[in-house]
Ligand binder design. Sequence first.
Ligand code: DOR
Ligand code: ZN
Length: 341
Amino acid sequence: ILEIISRDMQMSPNRIRIIAPADLHQHFRQKNRTRLIAPLVAKRFWLGLAMPNLKPPITTTDAMNAHGKEVMEASGGKLRVLETLYLTDTLDPREVEKACKQENFAGIKYYPAGLTTNSDAGVTDPAALWTLGTRPFKCLQVLQDAGKVLLLHAADGIARKRVKIRTRLYKFGDELDSYDQEPHFVAHTLPEIMGCHNTLKISFEHMSTGEGAEFMEQHGKVGRLGCGLTPQHMLTDRRDTHRGGLRPHNFWFPAPQALEHRQEINRFARKGHPFCWLASDSAMHLKKDKESVCCSGGVITAHAGIELYAEAFEKIGALDKLEAFASINGPRFYGIKPATS
Ligand code: DOR
Ligand code: ZN
């Protein structure tokens, strides 16, 4: 049982109690950063799902297990760690088969090459995911057969055909506006993946747009398609990034969207769908990398990992939905028994 006092609640001595929450999207990093982050996570969450975008990226079961051990030890043995492999153009399906035999393996993380931090090794052409004969295709088949999860960084960099996204017309091959990357993925990539791998479990990470929320309203389904929300996307929007100048500490991927998209994802969160869960995307960066000519995307929220969500859910009048979101829905999707206290 975790007790939370959110910021507004400090005015009145209200407390809420929820069973122990789980964070299904954490960047634990490596070495001394892990030693800083893991205890923060373990103080609030009993379970943490580790992202594989390390240097070098995690593409073998051995590297994955070593990272899981590093995180677990850094947490003082308190945290249960779920792990992921990084999907590249050449990820070996036999490594996926090997990983699938392990309980600590949650699934594969898809990164579109170049669109976020440490994604240079990501997939260069998303069509590989539904093109017979490619390695990514085979890896997804193995994943599907094992009932493991494909975690999506749901963004495209390039228009794959002549399309209109929001107000813009793109030709085949055009570079997409950063605000259009997720809408393009939702309209042209996610349906292809789902159509091709029709029982694959898919998690739409850090959903940030109205288009994403609308797709999830229509297609979200327990055991098939779910999504994670971050506190940064629920609590802020691009005004906070641009107010009075460019604020690098309010910049992350997916890029902060306009207010109406923040409102859409909050409206979605309020409904308390059983296929929506806590997945913070807490991502630490050094100050010098944030305050630089090319600001790194990401923000650490692990120090207040549950408090920020309490604030977000309180703001939308949905504190009654917090427990299922934070403690039940995520573990269930990954086939793990939620905590009981
Ligand atoms: O803001 C982000 N930071 N989004 C990501 O997708 C990656 C992460 C990181 O690793 O820094
Ligand atoms: Zn992430």
